[in-house]
Design a protein around this ligand. Structure first.
Ligand code: MD3
Ligand code: FE
Length: 214
């Protein structure tokens, strides 16, 4: 039997690809995109995007903020915190439109989901994210739901070992991916964002990862 074309052009539809707990939902967030962008603006007003410094001493090229439990990097390491280290204030609550989209996308992929955190990454042209695993969540049985907005990005999706050759998927405005089951621990990353301008989002890509941290 031949492998289905996982990430090809023949994958238009509600649930395009599902394999190993991974589900690609092309355009799933389009109806809520404007409301989600407005909700991000309310988060950003309290907890601005910033370039966190890795333990290695390098500023990350994607700018980040959080709502709910928040992921932070600094010289001491990576962890989740309930407060923004820049202000000492609690991260803003997860806006309902974001939480509800995460729950609906997980349900469409067959997962029950009670998210308690959302990391928001903002990529300007030239920004990227190297191959990594997401290991800081205490509950690694819950899926992670990612929502892509703005400029397209080429996403790399590898295996459980860093050396597994990654596949590439272009993620467009409104695409949602659910990473549950075995795919939850897969290596993944984002290639350097190309120049461009999106009519609703401008010269950037914004990615939300809706998570159950605890
Ligand atoms: C696969 N963000 O924030 S989202 C991250 O586009 C992160 O900003 C990327 O990787 C971005 O940690 C990728 C897609 C994604 C998120 C989490 C995953 C894919 C994943 C966790 C496990 C496997
Ligand atoms: Fe990640």
């Amino acid at each position: 039997m031949t492998q289905p074309d996982l990430f090809g052009a023949d994958d238009a539809g509600a649930l395009d690809v599902q394999r190993d707990g991974f589900a690609l939902l092309r355009g799933f967030a389009l109806p809520q995109a404007a409301d989600i962008l407005a909700a991000i603006a309310t988060v950003e007003a309290v907890a601005p995007f910033r370039h966190m410094i890795t333990p290695g001493g390098h500023a990350m090229s994607a700018a980040m903020t959080n709502c709910g439990m928040g992921w932070v990097a600094d010289r001491r390491g990576y962890r989740y915190t309930d407060r923004d280290p820049d202000t000492g204030q609690l991260w803003p609550e997860i806006p309902p439109v974001i939480r509800e989209l995460g729950v609906a996308a997980a349900a469409a992929a067959g997962f029950a989901f009670t998210p308690d955190g959302c990391l928001i990454n903002q990529y300007a042209p030239g920004a990227k994210m190297g191959l990594h695993q997401d290991l800081n969540e205490i509950d690694k049985t819950a899926p992670i739901v990612s929502v892509s907005l703005g400029l397209p990005a080429t996403f790399q999706f590898g295996g459980l070992n860093r050396s597994d050759k990654p596949e590439r998927i272009v993620l467009n405005h409104g695409d949602v991916v659910v990473w549950g089951g075995p795919s939850r621990m897969a290596y993944h990353g984002v290639l350097t964002l190309k120049d461009g301008i999106h009519p609703d989002v401008g010269k950037r890509r914004v990615n939300l990862t809706i998570r159950k941290v605890r």
